[in-house]
Design a protein around this ligand. Structure first.
Ligand SMILES: NC(=O)c1ccc[n+]([C@@H]2O[C@H](COP(=O)([O-])OP(=O)(O)OC[C@H]3O[C@@H](n4cnc5c(N)ncnc54)[C@H](O)[C@@H]3O)[C@@H](O)[C@H]2O)c1
Length: 429
């Protein structure tokens, strides 16, 4: 048996054991029980832009939720966000000072808080699979922002979490809001119903003019700096293709299934010197049945912004535009067959309504496997670009041992930025 086959078998066995063990319900840390709840108590881990946004979305759309606990690297920032949310949502924001937790252990305090039924996991992405795993082990319902993993190890953790959550009856809804955006769901239903004939190929783009960079403040440790400027460190963001463009990749997987392989290239011209990110990547994804998707992402000042998806079929073309750009389907002569406006704000709220409704109904949605597949598809493109080699889905799911997360991290862990990947020298692991 080769090392790789051995590891493959080990991973399968480990997932099976985790799933089987999870059948014994209500084991750990589910103090309010996993019964169908009428009021859901939320706890949030990561109270930055999206964490606060997710709390606001859930509190806005759901009458039967309360926010009861908050965790963040800096507790003072979480307190400020609590006060802002309270101004809008009043008594639904029931977070006492004693339920605001700070530091790298804050996630455990929120997850293990006996009042919390459902945790919103909205830190930088590197933590996500491990926070999901911990929350599911504690028997909590989960909302997990995208991407949900950045490498093979995170993907396996998500698959195991899916199995355990299904077995114990807890929810995991993910922050791929386009799956709940009306102009996306309708356009893709039309595609699935044959409006463009046989879907054959697609283009997916996440090209923009740039992204934030957060300077190192005086006195910060290496870890504090990387956690603050997380976008630029690939163990935390996965690079742009994972952090942002997973949205478009998720749409392509929705239409074509998971890809079989990919071949990619790219580079960097404009990044700050200590950023590990590339600033452009192009990936050809090969899907089952010989279907191809051309993907590009780019963050370069002064360039064209283009964040849209196009699906080409034997009898028509579907344009599905990001944010509020709407959808439009035409036949091969350009005659419009369907069009609809976009409303991303409604989609951000809908994911929280679906999550809460599913818990209340006792039929929890568990969808982290789907988002893990799309997240790994993004990581597959990155690994192909970084290495300069074609990469297969089989390699990513069955052979790769890549685990980029810094397990055992403390705020004093010394760390240097990694040299940006150089194709031909960067190994596939
Ligand atoms: N679905 C969407 O359209 C969408 C939009 C924006 C962001 N996001 C995603 O949301 C996530 C957060 O992005 P953001 O823009 O809010 O980032 P942010 O930098 O504004 O916030 C991240 C917060 O998490 C905290 N944090 C980091 N590590 C932590 C840890 N281990 N424990 C506790 N707190 C921790 C930080 O202190 C910070 O407050 C990312 O995964 C991003 O991709 C999704």
């Amino acid at each position: 048996m080769t090392d790789k086959t051995h590891r493959r078998d080990f991973i399968k066995q480990a997932s099976a054991v985790t799933a089987a063990a999870s059948i014994a319900p209500f084991a750990i840390g589910a103090p309010r029980g996993r019964r169908a709840l009428e009021t859901i108590n939320l706890g949030v881990v990561g109270t930055g832009g999206r964490g606060t946004g997710a709390c606001n979305d859930s509190l806005t759309i759901n009458d039967n939720v309360r926010l009861v606990a908050m965790g963040n690297l800096r507790a003072d920032k979480a307190r400020d966000k609590r006060d802002q949310l309270r101004e809008v949502h009043g008594a639904k924001v029931a977070v006492e000072d004693s339920r605001i937790y700070g530091g790298l252990e804050a996630y455990e305090a929120v997850i293990d808080d006996p009042e919390v039924d459902c945790v919103l996991l909205t830190t930088s992405p590197g933590f996500r699979p491990w926070h999901i795993q911990r929350a599911v082990e504690a028997g909590k319902h989960v909302f997990a922002e995208k991407p949900v993993c950045l490498d093979a190890a995170g993907w396996h953790a998500c698959q195991a979490a899916q199995a355990k959550a299904e077995a114990q009856g807890t929810a995991i809804v993910t922050g791929t809001q386009y799956r709940r955006q009306q102009n996306y769901t309708q356009a893709i239903k039309h595609i699935q119903d044959g409006m463009i004939g046989e879907p054959i190929s697609g283009t997916a783009r996440y090209c923009s003019t740039g992204i934030w960079y957060r300077d190192r403040e005086e006195g910060m440790t290496d870890a504090e700096y990387q956690l603050r400027n997380w976008m630029h460190f690939t163990w935390l963001s996965g690079d742009q293709i994972c952090e942002q463009a997973v949205h478009n990749i998720d749409v392509m997987n929705w239409v074509f299934g998971n890809p079989e392989s990919c071949y990619a290239m790219g580079g960097r011209f404009t990044r700050p010197v200590d950023s590990e990110m590339w600033d452009n990547m192009s990936v050809d994804y090969a899907y089952p049945g010989g279907k191809m998707v051309s993907f590009r992402c780019r963050q370069v000042p002064g360039t064209k912004t283009d964040v849209d998806n196009v699906i080409y079929g034997s009898e028509g073309i579907a344009y599905i535009k990001a944010i509020n750009g709407g959808s439009r389907i035409v036949d091969r002569n350009g005659k419009e067959l369907y069009s609809e406006r976009g409303n991303i704000g409604a989609a951000y709220r809908q994911e929280h309504k679906d999550l809460v409704d599913s818990i209340v109904a006792g039929k929890p949605i568990v969808e982290v496997d789907q988002t893990a597949d799309s997240s790994l598809t993004a990581a597959m493109g990155r690994e192909s670009a970084y290495s300069g080699m074609p990469v297969t889905w089989e390699f990513m799911t069955e052979e790769s041992e890549q685990d980029t997360f810094k397990h055992g991290l403390t705020l004093d862990t010394p760390m240097e930025p990694r040299e940006p990947a150089v194709p031909g020298r960067y190994p596939l692991t």
